[in-house]
Design a protein around this ligand. Sequence first.
Ligand code: SER
Length: 889
Amino acid sequence: MAQKTSAEIREDFFKFFKSKQHIIVNSAPVVPQEDPTLLFTNAGMNQFKPIFLGEQEGYKDKGTVYKRAANTQRCIRVSGKHNDLEEVGHDTYHHTLFEMLGNWSFGDYFKEEAIDWGWELLTKVWKISPDRLYATVFAGDEEDGLPADDEAAELWKSKTSINPGHILKCGKKDNFWEMGEIGPCGPCSEVHIDLRPDEERKKQPGADLVNKEHPKVMEIWNLVFIQFNRKKDNNLVALPAKHVDTGMGFERIVAVLQNKESNYDTDVFTPLIDQVGKLAKISYGESDKSDIAMRVIADHIRSVSFSIADGASPGNDGRGYVIRRILRRAVRYGWDTLGMKEPFMNKLVDVLAEQFKEVFPELIAQKDYVQNVIEAEEKGFIRTLGQGIQLFQSMIEGRTILPGEDAFLLHDTYGFPIDLTALMAREQDKEVDIVHFDELMLEQKERARSAGKFGTVDSDQEEWTFLNKDDKDTEFLGYDQLEANASISAYRRSGKETALVLDRTPFYAESGGQVGDTGIITSGGEHIRVLDVKKNDGRFIHYVDHLPENPDGIWNAVVDQERRIEIRKNHTATHLLHAALRNILGTHVGQKGSLVENERLRFDFSHYEALDTNTINKIEELVNHKIQENIALKEERNIPITEAKRRGAMMLFGEKYGDKVRVITIDPQYSVELCGGTHARATGEIGYFRITGESSVAAGIRRIEAVTGKAADRYLRKEKVIVEQFKSHIGKTDDPVSGLEKLIIEKKELEKEVEKLRLHSATSSLINLIDNAETLSNKIKLIRGEIPGASMDVLKQLGYESLRKSAEGTVTVLGSKDEKNGKVYLLAAVTDDVIARGIKAGALVGRLAKLVGGGGGGQPGLATAGGRQPEKLGEALEEAKNICLEIKQ
Ligand code: SER
């Protein structure tokens, strides 16, 4: 039988579960949309968490609720509970991004079907030999008070043809699956496969090797029977319903079915490996070292590309930092091992996008953008690598062992792996303090682990008290009215926070970048302030200053109208800005983030360079023209998504849209967007639009901040005050700018004058020091001392001066303090014969700089350094003598 492709294997999975009445769901983005505490999607079940917790009854799609679903989920496990980054590429079965095939039951079928169907797919559809398969079941746990899962063991025996000796009981570590510190969990049953040759299998039973990290005896499928919620106090609380959550490692099952020794030999990776080979002009298999590098690159481009396509970008913290580290690791392997000194990762995106265009079309749709972000990041890093090499040189100079901190800095900031640092040190017959480096790495891993945990806020919270059980979704009235009568359907208190749900509300709940409304709800004599509103699966949660004495009855809910009006001006202005950016910069501009408040708006978008003043002016002008045209907005609430697409409405990737959408049109030729936010009736309401800032957020992403309406008015008034004050200080109200220019020129001239005087006085100080030079016992003449008030530049000039004036055998060490900035400067100058005797200015100043809390270096004859402890200058000048005395006569 011809070998199946990976695409066919994926399709087999979908077809099989469709035949068992499962709906095939799209993969959620790898960057979780709703859960800021989860760094990356790390399991197929993440997107279904609210269903397992009973907050949602099943998977909702186009108005229907489904109880069975299946999909392939792209997952990233490089932080938190599972962190394999350093192993990836060195072995053949760990990945930064992998696909997880899964099937789910939401309170529908349970263990029996899950086991029965799992077995059917593996042994009947894919014809995997049963004697290679093992099933593990939960052995129970005393601490949690949980019995062994005998039911699952019995089902494996009765529903499948597995050898009963292949059913193994394992403990909590392997057979009780938990999403994180808290959350849905339950006992699981794993399927393992033994891929060793028959001869080896005869010698040692596979049962001995299950869960022992053997590369040929590995887990392929995990069937989890979700039935508990782990609370923060560690207690397990039974969930309202029992669910099934399974996950199968796609790359592994493909390797099994394609009969490959390594995941990288399957068609999931070969197109990427081939492309790396082409770019580096090398073949896979040439050497172990180059193979590792090729695997690292082929693996890492997947996690980096999909994270960017799903809305994250390389940056300095959180997710951005993880992506940056992965990308840098790959670039460094290419640079160091494969000799690729120019950006190359971006050239792999084409191949990847093509490979995944059917299953994950998000990448091909944003290919250019992803490529550009990666290229910009690569360029920056390659520059950094160059700087890192220089830094390494200055760190190692004058030392025999490079401290662990320095090696860690090189690793962390410049992406130097420790083996490269060690190699560079060895090339100069030096060493690296690996032990301390390892300690620092461990600390960093701990930090990364705690950053990856699910937030535990939820478990602090008391459960909701429901007043009206059937009433689930809040009816939103706020597009048309700012006041309404409503009843409270649920409330809760958690710590300092109190919240309630209304059955109907005029309050907008934070979404699409627009902040939630504030206002007041009243009943009888009681007034409750609404401080913020958020949405949770159709319910509008109103955060309030206190809970009502008596929640029953009818409440009058009133939105803070003035604030809402300013918010809606900013929202409409955001649409005008988005369209203006696409008009002026090009259609590559895509929305990457948005914040709409009453005081300001903030808009992040894809673009590769900073905007110059001229461009900013043009954008401002276009938006203001559209405001002056006073265009009436058209709001349509129930447009079929296909119709909206046909009209070219702008929509966002990673956003879930129903089949009916809301469309906001501000002139069909200018701006049509899918949007759930609240808007001005006509653009004239905005009044005026002013950009207040333009900056970079991450590689390839720019940010514009702006004000409109009343805030713009206040902004302009403030500017006016500044201009008035400026005019009155300059004293030339007709032409204040040329008045200022004149002042600047005069200031520069004065500065030059001062500099001259300083040099003059410094030179006299030097002459004084030369006259008082000390001749040491080894005949070295040492000129040293403080030159008050000298800048680094002046010190340098004095250094040259001293060298010029000195006879042989002279060492000059000068220092000065800049008390105002808390800095100290040092200079050393050494005559050639002293260099030959072993004192180099660079090394000398380097050692002295350590005493004043700094660093520096330079040429053997003349070198400078800076430090942050001016009070230690005397000590450093003293030490200069000891260093000079190290030289024998
Ligand atoms: N949630 C389980 C896992 O990640 C099964 O999907 O292994």
